[in-house]
Design a protein around this ligand. Structure first.
Ligand code: GUN
Length: 296
């Protein structure tokens, strides 16, 4: 028996189609077009790829895309002034500042200057607090995508043992909050966890978000468990560059019940959820009902 493959690429296409349908209806019925502003400071090549991909997909679902590309030496004052303008612009429902920022800029200060209701990344301290207390918030895109795939695969998650490996603010911590919100029994494990393999083998749901190529092998997986691999690591193998996850795919797939591949698993869901969050923010801004199935 090998594991079922959870097709994130197909799922993301479905989410984008749902978003596009809502957007079309919004325009028809209310004349409202959701808008997403993406701010990129500097020329980090990976960030440039992400930003252009975001812009393209934003337009494809019928939203307005506002791209702001600023030079690497942009001052904090200028960046904060731009965010202030976007905060007050009624055509902008979502604001995303691409991370990492150049080192002379204070990321926390910048992120916390975004109006929380437009913070489609869910990184603002208000959204973190709202999520942690089970209130309506903007939810970080990657963990939201993971939650959607888990709900789709399992239906209800209540009572399941979930182990999240990784404690980042972007993935690990919000993922744990979301699983707790769905009544899982949640463990957050990390690099200092004792006997990590044994802890992971207790998981019905194992989420790998450590950023270490192929660290979790089949030995870490309980037979039949669902494995969500958030890792995207570029490694060289046999003289070729290759994209691998935080899970050793071949050994995990022999033990697990279901796994997300890399590439084509969690990755495509992140931008799909960014678009879903922008739609949600737009609906909330206009006092309209939120899109069903696209929020936490
Ligand atoms: N850089 C890498 N991933 C992300 C993300 O999800 N949001 C932002 N803003 N920057 C990122």
């Amino acid at each position: 028996m090998t594991a079922a493959i959870i097709d994130g690429k197909a799922f993301a296409a479905k989410v984008r189609a749902q978003v596009a349908e809502h957007v079309a209806r919004l325009k028809d019925e209310s004349g409202i077009q959701p808008g997403l502003a993406v701010v990129l400071v500097g020329e980090d090549p990976a960030s440039q790829v992400y930003v252009s991909s975001k812009g393209k997909q934003t337009i494809e679902v019928g939203m307005a895309s506002f791209e702001h590309k600023l030079p690497a030496d942009t001052s904090e004052t200028d960046l904060l002034a731009l965010i202030d303008r976007l905060n007050r612009d009624p055509a902008v429902h979502g604001i995303l500042v691409q991370l990492p920022l150049p080192s002379h800029l204070n990321s926390e200060l910048v992120i916390n200057s975004i109006e929380p209701s437009k913070d489609v990344d869910g990184f603002h301290i208000s959204n973190v607090g709202l999520l942690g207390t089970g209130q309506k918030s903007m939810v970080p895109c990657t963990p939201l995508g993971c939650l959607m795939m888990l709900r789709d695969h399992h239906g209800k998650l209540a009572g399941m043992n979930a182990v999240v490996v990784g404690r980042s603010n972007i993935v690990g911590k919000p993922m744990a909050q979301l699983l707790l919100g769905d009544s899982c029994t949640v463990t957050i494990a990390h690099s200092r966890t004792r006997d990590l393999a044994a802890v992971c083998r207790g998981a019905d749901i194992l989420v790998a978000a450590v950023g270490r190529p192929e660290m979790l092998t089949g030995d870490y997986v309980k037979p039949g468990a669902t494995v969500i691999d958030v890792g995207i690591n570029r490694i060289e193998r046999n003289g070729k560059m290759k994209l691998v996850g935080d899970v050793e795919y071949a050994s995990a797939v022999a033990v697990a019940g279901a796994v997300t591949p890399v590439p084509g698993g969690v990755g495509p869901m992140t931008i799909a959820c960014l678009l879903a969050n922008t739609l949600t923010a737009c609906c909330r801004a206009h006092g309209l009902p939120e899109p069903a199935g696209l929020t936490a």
